[in-house]
Design a binder for this molecule. Structure first.
Ligand SMILES: Cc1ncc(COP(=O)(O)O)c(C=O)c1O
Length: 452
């Protein structure tokens, strides 16, 4: 088995950083001159790009982006799923252009006729009968947690160690000593310690789920059906059924967040695997890049919401935002779901992700590198450990900043963009097998240099 020589990795990384600086002077200058932005970027997470500064965007179409230094990239980051439909897909552009141009209106406080179409399509895909629209998946999750606490009359949220559901306070949990609920490192300004609001569980560990739920004070268990934000951690046989059963047994609502796992198919894992959530959250991709999100609820949850006559769902009850459900986002969702992220598009994207995974697997086998790769429909991601991790905690332990930066820079210096957060690659309708093969060749060459 090949072990990574850290000295060799350090010198390869230096070479890639130097090449990055040489190739992207305009991006570097733009970053260094940004005196009026916290961290030099419009949103601080943009500092996550490898190489010390982000590449500045010039254009983005389909699965290609260009930077201001004039380089073109095959984009496997795709806005960390927000651009899973490809950049600026024509039907979405036409619909939003019509909406804001000829028809007029971006935010008017009035619904448009697109909204019911969108609700019906979300029901067709994901099964939940009733929907509310938000501007982000984070918002959808936050509001769904409030509703869950209200209808159950319980205070606690159960979440998996190293999960991510947006900037949702209750979900920044990891497993601490003796299975205690501990805050995830670096959490900024929590209102109260997370152990007061939340209880941690480990993915693929039904005993930990039962420990969390058995005190019968948990309003809602929030989960991705496969973890996608700490690498991809796939559920083992029987795990998701077990979670559903335990939620039923202890009176806890099950919230399934498919913001990323929609990569599994047109109806996400929920449709593909026959899941039965009480609350469902989606966002990012369904708007074709226009900000949006949505949560769906069962008839039972809806009846319990309606039964609470005190709840102020119309004004300042804590669920809502002025821009949520705006007609621009709604038009974008209608066009994207109706014409871009179709069943046929998913077939194409999933077959390319399979090709991508097989390409990575063949290099790992050839050099006997102890890494693994997991695929979830149209996305795949390698992790620096083998066998593939079973829990968020195991996956977090496999993180390696230097290896990640080396591979990211090796790719971007040769025209391929990976998601700045870990090693995710996502396919969109415009991705081709030649794009995937380019990654396969580059990955082989990057690993070969490391392994020799
Ligand atoms: C599973 C999941 N839910 C919610 C979110 C939050 O989405 P947004 O940043 O659009 O609010 C993310 C973001 O990565 C996510 O991965």
């Amino acid at each position: 088995m090949t072990t990574i020589d850290r000295g060799r990795l350090a010198s390869l990384l230096d070479e890639e950083r130097a090449l990055h600086h040489q190739r992207t002077p305009k991006s570097r200058a733009a970053f260094e001159q940004a005196d009026h932005l916290l961290g030099g970027v419009p949103m601080t997470w943009m500092n996550k790009w490898s190489g010390g500064y982000p590449l500045y965007l010039a254009t983005a179409h389909g699965n290609r982006v260009t930077d201001i230094d004039g380089h073109e990239y095959v984009d496997f980051a795709l806005g960390d799923t927000a651009a899973m439909a490809g950049h600026s897909p024509a039907p979405t552009i036409d619909a939003v252009t019509e909406r804001i141009g000829a028809q007029g209106g971006i935010t008017t406080m009035m619904p448009s006729l697109d909204a019911e179409w969108v609700g019906a399509e979300l029901t067709r895909r994901f099964g939940m009968p009733l929907w509310s629209l938000s501007l982000t998946a984070t918002d959808a999750n936050r509001w769904a947690l409030r509703l869950a606490r209200m209808v159950t009359g319980r205070p606690i949220v159960a979440a998996f160690s190293y999960c991510y559901h947006g900037s949702v306070d209750e979900t920044f949990v990891i497993t601490g000593p003796n299975d205690t609920t501990a805050p995830r490192g670096g959490n900024v300004g929590p209102a109260v310690p997370v152990s007061q609001t939340s209880r941690v569980m480990e993915f693929n560990d039904l005993d930990s789920v039962e420990r969390a739920l058995s005190p019968r004070d948990v309003a809602v268990l929030i989960m991705e059906p496969a973890l996608t934000n700490i690498g991809i951690v796939l559920p083992e046989a029987g795990f998701l059924e077990g979670v559903r059963r335990l939620c039923d047994e202890y009176g806890t609502l099950l919230l399934i967040d498919e913001t990323h796992t929609i990569s599994e198919g047109p109806g996400g894992c929920t449709s593909a695997w026959g899941l039965r959530p009480d609350i469902f959250v989606i966002g990012k991709s369904i708007g074709g890049g226009i900000p949006c999100g949505a949560y769906g609820i069962s008839h039972d949850v809806a009846a319990r919401i309606r039964a609470n006559e005190e709840a102020d769902l119309v004004d300042v009850g804590g669920v809502g935002g002025t821009l949520a459900g705006n007609v621009l986002s709604t038009a974008a969702i209608r066009a994207t779901l109706g014409e871009v992220l179709t069943d046929k598009a998913f077939e194409h994207m999933i077959s390319l992700a399979t090709r991508y995974r097989e390409g990575v697997e063949s290099t790992l086998a050839e050099f006997d590198v102890p890494w693994s790769i997991a695929q979830l429909g149209a996305r795949a991601e390698y992790r620096f450990t083998r066998p593939a991790p079973r829990t968020g905690t195991e996956s977090a332990a496999a993180h390696d900043d230097d290896l990640e930066e080396y591979l990211h820079l090796f790719m971007s210096n040769r025209g391929v963009l990976m998601t700045p957060f870990h090693n995710m690659a996502l396919m969109c309708p415009a991705t081709t097998s030649a794009d995937v093969d380019l990654h396969t060749v580059l990955f082989h060459s990057a690993v070969e240099r490391l392994a020799v």
